[in-house]
Design a protein around this ligand. Structure first.
Ligand code: UDP
Length: 447
């Protein structure tokens, strides 16, 4: 007898080995396991997850196909290329062997594995993609050819403030680019990702209707395949077990001693690199803000202490804590946290929205600029540090969030979104329904 919303069958998941991609894929794995599927996670030897945190899942490791020295010296684009392309051979071999061991319901890979659709076609496997970013940024990526045609790319300095009519309220300066690059490499990589997603049997997205309904409708028109917005995943299964770095749990007891909504949490995710000059300005901005602060400086070790201005050290002692890596979800849930100064990676943005924490946005690259614009101009739950990262601007942004009427309004709006995020996962909620549809879709593949 089939139980509605549950199924049997075997699903293989293949995450990209980066923190912001591994966590949502492992959360999806647990969601599918909870609906009855047998789930195998195939992972690269680079940044492997810890299988002992997931007794209900099966794991299989494949060689990453590059040496540590190659990845260490690679820039972001080359790094992505190494991660995306070098595992093709080992992954194909694994899939062939796995098919010999029994039928497979479906393969779900990260959307950036641009070789995976061809492999799936060759082996007669149904493949869906997991998009770990927002629906809006995927929709923007799908329209890259149009953006070129309309002359938004290559990005011209004189047009940065211009609104992109096809994607309001995004501005030209929000278009994904990486430093001085982005003219040749990004469209090629993005084009490959979009066409591979379009040729798949469906896209699973870690988002929910209430925050991206228009972008989801547009995306469905652009891709013309089923789109399943079933997020926010982390509200069902926390990411702490999928953390690739060891989090400093001491920050939770430090937060315990602080008044409600008095602390600003600062973290720029797992990839973005802050310059020494920015570190100095952040420190001095925090010093003049009078707020408590919990600051993740990832590069850490003992080196960060030397980069901090001497006058900041007594402030740090009185009002702050610096850690190498935080248990972010636990931090954002903590009542003492009143704001999140973020790079707006999609996971961080969602985690903040879902806990009702307003943001200070400081995007670095790729889709972070798009997410930041949505935070400030669409959901209106944050302040954008658009100008130079400089102590005066920082102090003003913090004051705006913590003291001004505008900040209070942002807090009210983000509290509403928190409630919507919780209810979309309940029976009858949009993500819950979409997950049921996904499970039914997988079940139909078993026949
Ligand atoms: N994260 C964490 N501790 C930290 C910083 C980040 O656990 O100190 C987690 C965070 O909760 C999120 C992920 O790392 O789930 C970062 O993903 P995101 O998409 O925000 O950014 P990326 O690292 O991909 O740039």
């Amino acid at each position: 007898m089939t139980v509605p919303g549950r199924s049997t069958g075997r699903i293989i998941l293949f995450p990209l080995p980066l923190q912001g991609h591994v966590s949502p894929m492992l959360q999806l794995a647990q969601l599918l396991r909870s609906r009855g599927f047998a789930v195998t996670v195939v992972h690269s030897t680079f940044n492997p997850p810890n299988p002992s945190n997931y007794p209900d899942l099966e794991f299989h490791s494949i060689p990453c196909g590059f040496h540590d020295s190659e990845i260490a010296s690679a820039d972001l684009i080359l790094r992505m290329n190494l991660l995306i392309t070098r595992c093709e051979g080992p992954f194909t071999t694994f899939l062939e062997e796995s098919l010999r061991n029994g039928p497979l319901t479906c393969l779900v890979t990260d959307s950036w594995y641009i070789f995976a659709q061809e492999v799936a076609n060759k082996l007669g496997v149904t493949r869906l993609v997991l998009r770990t970013g927002s629906a809006t940024s995927l929709s923007l990526f799908a329209d890259f050819p149009l953006l070129f045609e309309k002359g938004y790319y290559p990005i011209q300095g004189s047009r940065l403030e211009e609104e992109i009519i096809e994607f309001p309220p995004l501005k030209v300066k929000d278009l994904p680019a990486i430093g001085s690059q982005g003219l040749d490499e990004i469209p090629v990589m993005v084009g490959g990702m979009v066409s591979n997603s379009r040729n798949s049997s469906g896209v699973i997205i870690n988002t929910f209707d209430d925050i991206e309904s228009e972008s989801l409708s547009k995306l469905r028109e652009q891709l013309r395949i089923p789109v399943f917005p079933i997020g926010p995943f982390h509200k069902c299964f926390p990411a702490s077990s999928s953390s690739l770095l060891t989090a400093d749990g001491g920050c939770i007891s430090w937060l315990d001693g602080k008044p409600p909504q008095s602390v600003i949490y600062i973290s720029f995710g797992s990839i973005a690199a802050v310059t020494d000059e920015q570190i100095q300005e952040i420190a001095l901005g925090l010093a003049s803000s009078n707020c408590f602060f919990l600051w993740v400086i990832r590069e850490g070790g003992s080196g960060w202490l030397d980069q901090l201005p001497a006058e900041f050290l007594p402030v740090l002692e009185q009002r702050g804590k610096i850690v190498n890596w935080a248990p972010q979800q636990e931090v954002l849930v903590h009542p003492a946290v009143g704001a999140f100064w973020t790079h707006n990676g999609w996971n961080s943005t969602l985690e903040s929205l879902c806990e009702g924490v307003p943001m200070i946005c400081m995007p670095f690259f790729t889709d972070q600029t798009v997410n930041a614009r949505y935070v400030t101009n669409v959901w209106k739950v944050g302040v954008h540090l658009e100008n130079k990262i400089e102590r005066g601007n920082i102090e003003m942004a913090i004051k705006q969030l913590f003291k001004d009427h505008e900040g209070k309004q942002m807090r009210d709006r983000v509290t509403e979104l928190k409630e919507k995020a919780a209810s979309c996962l309940q029976q009858g909620g949009s993500s819950h329904e979409s997950l049921n549809e996904l499970v039914d879709y997988f079940s139909s593949l078993n026949h």
